[in-house]
Design a protein around this ligand. Structure first.
Ligand SMILES: *[C@@H]1O[C@H](CO)[C@@H](O)[C@H](O)[C@H]1NC(C)=O
Ligand SMILES: *[C@@H]1O[C@H](CO)[C@@H](O)[C@H](O)[C@H]1NC(C)=O
Length: 499
């Protein structure tokens, strides 16, 4: 039914894409400058009235609560909220009218001071940076292995952030159904960034058992969000490496398989966070947003300076050899209705699957028709609780698998395998790193629901959570990841990586 609803897409996509590129942008322009990259949205540019408070971000329209400005490199774009929504300047989102609505402008919180770092990593030196452990390019858009775009497989990486539980986990069975196949006949796979609080390890174990990638967020995902850019190295160890341990203890996820992380609210912890990734042997981070660009960025390593403007809270400045970043390329809507976003659910849409589907295709094509940079589709897990949004994603997945023979849905880990040893599209079917994952223990059919106390210094609460194995004595928490009577710190339980 859905396939019919959106028939003949491929041609339609190409035509639409061409129309959107009237500015003379032709396939593969590695040399495109950042300035040129924004010309596409010229028609939405406002006539010098509004001054961007910050270089990037969304800001209230001071005179009209139904509209807001998207600033991209200090250029403001006047954007309306879809009817009947209003722009809440505290939430930075279009929301329904309520008594909590904060029409702007709400005072801007000051960004972290950016004193130049005397020990900063140098910028990309391609001759000193060699695969498999180092990859960079001057503007971040180069394809690894010097492949041509037409030789390069198009990776699509579905990521879901947030607590998996009975309220949201069931639809994944259908969405990531094993009948949806990559060109090598293996089922498509996704990556989950899992925080601890409210997570059911029954579902984590189930998805892991089906071959999806489980990566770490943090134990508390605590607020205020500003905690994270300023968190200490020790706090990152307890939160992220603690999360990795919890995934191992309560969902039987092999420690070797938790190799990536994402900061809560994408509030990166800069050098301190990267030190922890490096010291504890993780392979990658995916927390840094990059500004909208017509040619998207490929993942890169932190041997050298990141190749994009830092629009996140606190980007690393030092060198962390061999650690990869999957940057979050900013998505754009193809008209003025939805603004820009780095989580797909943060652009605003009317409740219409076809509009959401068009938005996916529009952004996908910016990757497919330029440099084939992995199209990372970032969702919060609750995306799947909205039927019309699931439909849009369903139709999109079926459409691209059918219409583009060189499209692969892979996990971040699988994408890393490919980046480390790039392989032409026609050979990818026999690529070792994309073989069907080895069979993993399937977890259980009936979870155990644990009723345990959470002791958190200031509070004691009863918490319920699901596992396949044994219930612990306490709710696993910061400084007590195993949920025992006597909590222990991660730094006393886990060795730093010796690598
Ligand atoms: C996959 O789809 C089939 C057919 O629609 C369905 O019977 C099966 O239950 C699905 N698998 C999961 C894990 O939901
Ligand atoms: C945990 O995983 C290992 C393999 O990684 C498996 O041998 C073992 O049976 C699993 N344990 C449980 C309780 O599922």
């Amino acid at each position: 039914m859905n396939a019919k609803l959106f028939s003949n897409r491929s041609l339609h996509d190409s035509i639409m894409f061409t129309i959107h590129r009237l500015v003379g942008f032709i396939v593969v322009l590695f040399a495109v400058s950042t300035d040129a990259a924004f010309q596409i949205s010229e028609k939405f540019k406002t006539k010098g009235k509004f001054e961007c408070p910050m270089e990037y971000g969304v800001f209230a329209n001071p005179t009209n609560c139904r509209r807001f400005y998207t600033c991209n490199g200090n250029v403001p774009y006047d954007t309306p909220c879809p009817t009947p929504l209003y722009f809440d300047d505290a939430k930075k989102l279009c929301v329904y009218k309520s008594k909590d609505l904060q029409c702007g402008p709400v005072p801007v919180t000051t960004p972290m001071p950016t004193t130049p770092d005397p020990n900063a990593a140098p910028s990309c030196n391609p001759t000193a940076c060699k695969l498999p452990d180092c990859f960079c390019s001057e503007d971040g858009t180069q394809i690894p292995g010097n492949l041509l775009p037409k030789e390069t497989p198009q990776m699509i990486i579905l990521t879901f952030s947030g607590a998996l539980n009975v309220l949201n986990a069931e639809p994944f069975g259908q969405l990531l159904n094993e009948t949806r196949l990559n060109p090598n006949g293996c089922p498509i796979k996704a990556t989950f960034f899992v925080p601890h609080e409210y997570t059911s390890y029954y579902y984590v174990q189930k998805l892991y058992g089906q071959g999806h990638e489980i990566a770490a967020q943090t134990i508390t995902n605590r607020q205020p969000e500003d905690f994270w850019p300023k968190a200490t190295t020790e706090e990152w160890v307890e939160e992220v490496i603690g999360m990795k341990e919890i995934l191992h203890v309560f969902a039987n996820v092999s420690r070797d398989d938790v190799v990536g992380m994402r900061a809560p609210f994408l509030k990166s912890g800069g050098n301190k966070m990267l030190e922890v990734i490096y010291d504890y042997g993780l392979d990658y981070d995916s927390s840094l947003a990059s500004p909208f660009s017509e040619v998207p960025l490929w993942p890169y390593t932190f041997d050298f300076q990141h190749p994009h403007k830092c629009i996140s809270s606190n980007c690393p400045t030092r060198s962390f050899p061999g650690i990869w970043e999957f940057p979050l390329n900013t998505y754009a809507t193809d008209d003025e209705t939805g603004g820009t976003c780095v989580y797909l659910d943060q652009c605003v849409f009317p409740d219409d699957p076809e509009i959401v589907y068009d938005f996916f295709v529009y952004n996908f094509l910016r990757h497919y028709t330029t440099n084939k940079a992995p199209f990372v589709m970032n969702f919060h897990v609750n995306w799947v609780t909205d039927d019309s949004k699931v439909t849009a994603l369903d139709v999109f997945i079926d459409h691209v698998l059918e219409a583009y023979p060189d499209v692969w849905f892979v996990t971040m880990q699988q994408a890393l395998h490919w980046m480390r040893s790039p392989m032409k599209s026609d050979l990818a079917k026999s690529f070792e790193g994309w073989k069907c994952p080895r069979t993993r223990s399937p977890g259980c059919n009936i979870p155990r629901t644990c009723r345990v106390k959470l002791y958190d210094g200031s509070r004691t609460e009863i918490r319920y959570f699901q596992v396949c194995g044994k219930c612990p004595e306490r709710y696993p928490w910061l400084h007590n990841i195993r949920g025992t009577k006597e909590g222990k710190r991660v730094k006393d339980l886990v060795q730093k990586s010796t690598v």
